[in-house]
Design a protein around this ligand. Sequence first.
Ligand code: PXP
Length: 248
Amino acid sequence: MILLGVNVDHVATLRQARYRNESNTFGGFVEPDPASMAWLAEEAGADGITMHVREDRRHVQVEDVQRYLEHKKTRLNLEVSLSEDMVKLALSLNPDSVCLVPENRMEVTTEGGLDVVGNLARAKEAVDEFAKKNIPTSMFIDPDYSQLEASAKIGSQWVELHTGSFARAWHDVQKRDHELNVLKKGMEIGLSLGLQVNAGHGINYQNVEGAKKLDRVTEFNIGHSIICRSLNQGLPEAVSTMRRLLNS
Ligand code: PXP
């Protein structure tokens, strides 16, 4: 069975769009709440929750993570960058696992995989610090042999393969097959190096059909598309309830 990790960053993005400054709150009612959405996702069958606390705090806030942890039912996979401050913060939050990701202030979302090869010493230091607290660490990487090998070398327990190129190529059959083969190869190499292989980024309700051909991937981490579908599916109820309240 392939596990599903639900990423709730986009819930926080929506909240921050309106309530970035506390003075904007309407009577202190701040919504949507990433922690509540994470609990709902767990009730619906999510195998784990992922939150990314970015250096610029553009979406998930530390308080969201703390609040979620108070009533966590599954496990928290916390994504952070390699910076010393973020590693220190992740250690203090004590998640069930950490996924190290690259961060670039200008990007809209995580664009490429982490360059483990180019940051070998720093990545190893981080993995070792987390290991001291029994927190397993993953590297979010492109399906590239050298990155997989470096991840195994520094003691990372698993990797998350970046599926963004595959997702972008979905409507071009030739490119899609090529990207899927690259990912398959990455998956096999990762497994042969003793790594658990997860995957994610850009997976949606269409391309999941192809993504699941990566049948030895333990878990897919999916965010944007799940949050979008919840908006679509939830809108009819939201509109009819507001209409009823206006007229009752
Ligand atoms: N995995 C990682 C490491 C990510 O940074 C993201 C995006 O936040 C995801 C998975 C989920 O990607 P998406 O929101 O496109 O499903």
